[in-house]
Structure formats: structure tokens, C-alpha cells
Ligand binder design. Sequence first.
Ligand SMILES: Cc1cc2nc3c(=O)[nH]c(=O)nc-3n(C[C@H](O)[C@H](O)[C@H](O)COP(=O)(O)OP(=O)(O)OC[C@H]3O[C@@H](n4cnc5c(N)ncnc54)[C@H](O)[C@@H]3O)c2cc1C
Length: 419
Amino acid sequence: MSTRFDAVVVGAGPAGASTAILLARAGWSVALVERQRFPRRKVCGECIAASNLPLLDALGIGEAFSRLAGAELRRVALMRGRETIVASLPPAEAPAHRYGRALGREHLDALLAAQAEAAGATLFQPWALQAIEGSAGRFRLRLRTAGAPGDACELEAGLIVAAHGSWEPLSSQRAVLRRARRSSDLFAFKANFRSTSIPQDLLPVLSFRGGYGGMVVADEGLATLACCIREDRLKHDREARPGERAGAVVEAILRGECSGVDAALGGAVREAPWLASGPIRPGIRLGAGDGVFRVGNAAGEAHPIVGEGISMALQSAFVLASLLGTRRAALVEARGAGEAQQRVLAAYEALWRVRFAARLRIAAAFAHVAMRPRAAQALWPIVHRWPGVLTLGARWSGKTRCAPEAARLAAARAASVTA
Ligand SMILES: Cc1cc2nc3c(=O)[nH]c(=O)nc-3n(C[C@H](O)[C@H](O)[C@H](O)COP(=O)(O)OP(=O)(O)OC[C@H]3O[C@@H](n4cnc5c(N)ncnc54)[C@H](O)[C@@H]3O)c2cc1C
């Protein structure tokens, strides 16, 4: 097997697998490195906004997604305390995909990784990136396989795309990101339930002291309940319930503080253990100065309250591919490829900020309100009187919007497939 690639993509979540598909189709030799075995469950609300469904079509998994995913999500609900306010979700423009849907990450990520292989990428799984050496044009990546300690290999790459999500920084960023834990750090939890009473077309958003969350019915009627909770709130409640696992404590908080959750889970059965991740620290992670391109959460993460992370992962992959796609020779083969990469990296990072930075700010504002009882209390009468504010909020958070570069690339693919 070759160990020299035009591009190595680290992480086969939605961002990485999409990048690998698009670059491989554009004629790049691509390695896609993923440390976990698929299929695997993942902490995520699993909703994909309608504006991204044409991107899934373009990636070649649209049909499978349509077959597997839950019902169209046409309504949003805000649940807080004993009250629930319901409003319409805004439809997207694409006639074939007006509303978002939800699909378990064990399905979505496996579909995308398989598609990357089908497009010609070489999948290294389960292999974890350990270290990067060299510089743009001549990178060396040390990998270790998760299964067998001591089993290591080295890849050479002209260009690196980091798509490793948000939990673990690359070695070049560790020193910057490793800082003291803060009580405001968020921990993320998810569980799946059968036989809930959540209406199939409803997307409930949960607001409670020190956190926020969401529920949705995804594939095969399986409901996903996911949330983020501040470390200090979790610690406080765990102290009050000694011996209980964190997931059980989180479930008790959600049931106790959002009666809509309690009602929805009334006769439900949890399918598998609660999953936990974190701490999550939403924000922009560009500008590391290491010559590495970043997509998805590795580039920047919005507070999950808006459920836009998969969308941003997919769209950022398309935005990057629109800049890299046709320039393979200049960026990895030509003399001066390293300098050419630096110029494209600067252009990409600037474009990323234009397309996504506002979404991060809006998500942070929503999260701020949802987690703070006083702020939520102050705004509640307005939302109660004009539930359309929720529809507007969904629109602002990006549910109907797609980065133009991504939409163009997807449209070009659709045209070439039908021609
Ligand atoms: C509670 C919660 C609810 C959410 N709900 C939603 C929602 O409803 N809708 C939505 O759109 N988004 C949601 N999100 C956000 C969404 O999950 C993320 O934004 C999305 O997964 C980002 O995709 P990604 O490809 O960038 O990273 P990831 O999906 O995290 O994928 C990164 C991959 O890289 C791999 N990896 C990491 N390190 C290495 C390494 N060193 N070597 C090799 N591989 C590595 C990981 O194993 C992983 O598979 C939610 C998030 C949370 C926390």
C-alpha cells in the first residue's frame, strides 16, 4: 500500500469524509485516517438541516439518507419548566429538500466513510494520528493503530486537512488549548430511546439552568436525546445523588426541569448507555500557523443548541474543496507548492470566517439565554406571544442557508450526474 499521498485527511466524521470524497473525485490521491472503528455511536443531536441535503446527494449518499432518516422536521418546540411553545420550522428553498431530518451518526458517518473509499480514498481505520512533522508540501504523519499498541506507520503528504472534531487538539495546538478547566466548561451527553411520545415532525429544544438540549426522532423511530451541561451544574447535582452515574443524573435534571422531556420519555426504554464527551469549548480554531487546513469542528464549533455542526462540517468541506479541487498540481507537485498552499490557506480561512463566524455568534447568544434562568425568564413572554420568533431563530442559525461555494459545487455535481 502506498504511504505517499497528495492529501491526508485526519478524521472521518462528516467534515473529513466529505473532504476526502471531494478531493478524491477531483483526482487527488487521498488518505483518510480515522481512529475509531465504524459504525460507532456519537454524542450528537443527529439533525441535519434541509439546506445540506443537496450536499449529501452530491456526496453520493442522498438516496441512502432518504431511505434511513427520520421524518421531515417541520416544527420546533421550546421546552422549559412546565411550558412548551411550538412554532413552524422555516422551509429551505430546494424543492426536493424542504425540511431537515435526523439520522444516527452510526449510519451517517459509516455511509460517508464508505463513499470516500468508493471515490478512491485509502481509508486507514482504526488508525490515530500521533504527530505531524515537516511543512506544507512535505508533511510526514505518524500514525498508530488503536487495536495493537506498538503498531505504527508513517505517511507522507503534500497537504494535510485536519477534520478531527473538537475533543482532541492536534499536537501543534495542544500547548495552546491545554488550560485549566473552568466551571463554565460544557459536557455533552446523549442517549437513544425507543417508544417515546415525541411527534415525528417535532424538534424540541430544551432550556434548563446550566444547560440546553434537544430531542428528535431519527431512524427506525429511535429517539435521540442530547444535551450540554455546565461542569458546575453537573458537579452540584452529582454530589446530591452520590453513587449515580453521570448519565442518570443528567436524565433526572432534564426530566425534572423540562416536563416535556418527562412526558416524552414516559413509556420509553433507553436503548444503550448514556454517552458523554467534553469538555466542549465552542469557538474558532483557525490561524494555528502550522500550515494545516481545518474543516468541521476542527476549524470552529458552534454551540450545539442550534444543531448546525454537521451542516458546518459538510459545508466547510465543500468550501475547501472548491478552493483546492483543481489546483492539485500547483499545491502538491510544483516547486513552491508550500508557498502556494500558504496563500490558499489564508484565502480559505478568510472565507471560512465570512461563511460561518456569524453562526457561531448567534449560537453563542442562544446558548447564553437558554442556560440562564433569568435571561430565559425575561424573554419567555415574548416567545410565548410571538412563537414565530422561534422560526426566525432557526432561520438565523443557518437552517435554510448553505455556503454558496458548497451549493455551487453540489449543483455542478448534480448536473454532471444527470448529463
Ligand atoms: C450535544 C450535541 C448535540 C449536537 N447536535 C447536533 C445536531 O443535531 N445537528 C448538527 O448538525 N450538529 C450537532 N452537533 C454538532 C456535531 O456533532 C459536530 O459539529 C459534528 O460532529 C462535527 O463534525 P466533524 O466531522 O467536524 O467532527 P467529528 O464528527 O467529531 O469527527 C471527527 C472524527 O475524527 C476522529 N479523530 C479524532 N482525533 C483523531 C486522530 N488523532 N486520528 C484519527 N482520527 C481522529 C474521531 O474519531 C471522529 O470520528 C451536536 C453536538 C453536541 C455535542
